[in-house]
Structures are given as structure tokens and as C-alpha cells.
Design a protein. Structure first.
Length: 229
């Protein structure tokens, strides 16, 4: 078990270092040697977990995903909103998420399949919208996959704008504005009136998850990576 725990810590340290380098340098400019130096591990240890720079980037792309879902909400529109605003909050606080998003949007990342995060987010959105529709929360014209894709694409643009203008400092406010503009064309007005779209909602959901899952590595360890061994 101790050996397995060391391997987990080493992999986490490598991913954390890779996230830092990819976020700062981008995929094309980043080098494996830079990641090695940042992680403080041997080349053999790195290649045991990640055989190439592409595998490292794919690891970061997947590591940005939260391992636990938003707690079930009676209102599925609120559950969908909470999923979006939590990701926005994590963009401000979690370097792994920031690196994953940069890689997802990096048009210079030749040879790297960047479709995964977009497809996963669209699938999550469509599933939650489907549950909302089944509960009568959506307007009758809504097409689930189309609306999910619009939300994902709009969020990608909003976060890129926030990053360029102020390094994500105003992201919760921008995401709140985005939802206030899009959701009235999707959600029944009486349902939407009860949904919390305030800029502080992401921090509230994050605190809730930390209370429910105090040992969850994705919420805690990535901000203070364990040393490799």
C-alpha cells in the first residue's frame, strides 16, 4: 500500500508540475525537461506514468474534472447552474483547471486531441437539461444537445475573455451575466425566478463540497501538491 501511495503522490506531483508549465508556456513551447525540473522526479518516474508530452497534456485535460458530482438538487436547472459556476470558481483557484482550460483552447497544440473536455461538458449539460425537461422546468422548444453546446461554447468564450482582461478575477460576475442572458430563452420563468444565479454561488457550492468530502484530493491536494517520492 505504501508503494501504491507513493506512486499516486508521484503521479500527482508530475501532473501538478505539468499543469504549471502548460499554463505558463502553452503546449507547443512546454518541454518535458521543464516539467521534470518542476516536478523534481526522475525521467524514469515521469515516463512510467506518462510516456510522452501528449500523454502529460491528456492527463492534465482529464485531471481538471471533478471526481464527485454536484449534490442532487430538487431543481435540475439549479443543479446545472451549480455545475457551471463551480467550474468557474475552480478556474480562479485551481491551477489544474486553469491548465486544462488553456490546453482545451490552445489552437497551436498540434497533435493533441482537445475535443474531450468539450464533449464531456456537453454530455453533462445535455443530461442535466434532460432531467430538467422531464420535470417540466424547460420551455417546450428546447433541444437538449443544441442548448448544451451553446452553453459550453459561450462559457469557453467568457472565460477566455476574463482571462485575457483580468486573469479570471471577474469570472464569477461574467458567468452570472452569461446565465442571466441565456437561461430566459431555455427555462420556464417561474422556475428561473427561484434559481440562484448570483456571482457568489460558485464559492458557496465549493464550500458545500468541501464539507461533504473533506478528504477529496481534487479539491485540496492539487493546491498544495505532495512531494514526489
Amino acid at each position: 500500500m505504501a508503494k501504491q501511495e507513493r506512486a499516486v503522490r508521484t503521479r500527482r506531483a508530475i501532473l501538478s508540475a505539468a499543469a504549471s508549465v502548460f499554463e505558463e508556456r502553452g503546449y507547443q513551447a512546454a518541454t518535458v525537461n521543464e516539467i521534470l525540473a518542476s516536478a523534481g522526479v526522475t525521467k524514469g518516474a515521469l515516463y512510467f506514468h506518462f510516456p510522452s508530452k501528449e500523454h502529460l497534456a491528456e492527463g492534465v485535460l482529464h485531471a481538471q474534472d471533478l471526481e464527485v458530482p454536484i449534490p442532487e438538487r430538487a431543481c435540475k436547472v439549479q443543479q446545472m447552474v451549480d455545475t457551471v459556476v463551480l467550474h468557474a470558481y475552480r478556474l480562479q483557484t485551481d491551477p489544474m483547471v486553469r491548465a486544462g482550460v488553456r490546453l482545451s483552447l490552445d489552437q497551436q497544440a498540434q497533435g493533441l486531441d482537445r475535443s474531450g473536455p468539450f464533449l464531456r461538458w456537453s454530455d453533462v449539460g445535455a443530461q442535466l437539461l434532460g432531467q430538467a425537461k422531464a420535470q417540466g422546468e424547460l420551455l417546450p422548444h428546447v433541444t437538449l444537445t443544441e442548448t448544451a453546446d451553446v452553453l459550453v461554447g459561450a462559457f469557453a468564450g467568457i472565460q477566455a475573455m476574463s482571462q485575457a482582461l483580468c486573469n479570471y478575477q471577474d469570472l464569477p460576475t461574467r458567468v452570472s451575466a452569461l446565465l442571466r442572458h441565456i437561461l430566459p430563452s431555455v427555462v420556464i420563468p417561474s422556475v428561473l425566478a427561484a434559481v440562484d444565479l448570483t456571482p457568489t454561488r460558485g464559492a458557496t457550492v465549493y464550500t458545500e463540497l468541501q464539507t461533504l468530502h473533506p478528504d477529496l484530493p481534487t479539491l485540496n491536494a492539487l493546491q498544495e501538491p505532495a512531494a514526489a517520492s
